[in-house]
Design a protein around this ligand. Structure first.
Ligand SMILES: C[S@@+](CC[C@H](N)C(=O)[O-])C[C@H]1O[C@@H](n2cnc3c(N)ncnc32)[C@H](O)[C@@H]1O
Length: 252
């Protein structure tokens, strides 16, 4: 049986950050089941007669609809359609991919996963920051900032703080105050550089930079509504110095 379902990363927002493979399957799809965060300009690449359905999952919430999405994937594929399941960023990073792949496997439906640019690397590009800066950040940690029942996740705060790498926190805007309090209590200096980046890669991108001590108030005062990533660590220190270089290098 040919591959029927493509679990596809739509990247962080800017349509130019789609992979060629993602573009190809989006253009060929009979049915596209997409998350709310996927940019409309990317949906517009679909065939005019393609059936595009916003399955409305945002930020990993609404888990009640996950079984409906699994069911739609299976039903559309079994009816002979080419189905693209389009997710923001990379489908394998905080994307509930496992549940969807298991549903397809359970029905012997062939699938392919097409990776996308995750928000962390889009943010690093925008900020001009290497997440793994030599001698400063020897590891990168992708964390969720969102735990069960809207609370904080049960991270090992001390281990994360001691690791001394760059912390990249997805879905952490609403819980940033609690996250910061845990890290500081675990021994992180309150003046550790920290950045919140909203709508990374898009024209309305907004960066709030400060420290782990100052960020909760600044993020709250801004009241942003777009998807926001929080980055913490020594590597963020270089941001201002590098930004000037990036501006000069812009060609278009
Ligand atoms: C459910 S997670 C999905 C992550 C996605 N699979 C990825 O690889 O980027 C949604 C979270 O990703 C982050 N995010 C996604 N797109 C973003 C963007 N363009 N700018 C900043 N953060 C973004 C936000 O933290 C948002 O709450």
């Amino acid at each position: 049986m040919p591959v029927r379902v493509f679990l596809t990363g739509a990247g962080p927002g800017d349509p130019e950050l789609l992979t060629l493979k993602a573009w190809r399957v989006i253009s060929a799809a009979d049915v596209i089941l997409h998350d709310s965060l996927v940019d409309p300009r990317i949906i517009a690449l679909a065939r005019k007669d393609a059936h595009c359905i916003d399955v409305g999952k945002r930020c990993g919430l609404h888990s009640a609809t996950q079984s409906d999405i699994n069911k739609l994937l299976v039903e559309y594929a079994q009816a002979g359609n080419i189905v693209v399941r389009l997710k923001g960023g990379d489908p394998m990073i905080f994307g509930r991919a496992t549940e969807e792949l298991q549903a397809l496997q359970a029905h012997n439906i062939p699938y392919e996963v097409i990776p996308g640019i995750t928000a962390a690397t889009a943010a690093a590009a925008s900020l001009g920051i290497s997440l793994t800066q030599r001698k400063i950040a020897r590891s990168v940690h992708f964390l969720t900032g969102h735990g069960a029942e809207d609370g904080l996740p049960a991270h090992d705060w001390v281990a994360l703080t001691r690791a001394g790498g760059t912390l990249v926190i997805y879905m952490g805007r609403e819980t940033v105050a609690g996250l910061a309090a845990h890290f500081i209590e675990a021994g992180m200096p309150p003046d550790m550089p920290a950045v919140a980046i909203e709508n990374a890669s898009l024209a309305n991108e907004h960066v709030t930079h400060g420290t782990i001590g100052s960020l909760p108030r600044d993020v709250h005062d801004r009241g942003g509504k777009g998807p926001t990533l929080i980055l913490v660590g020594e590597a963020l220190e270089n941001r201002k110095a590098l930004k000037a270089t990036i501006r000069e290098a812009v060609l278009f």
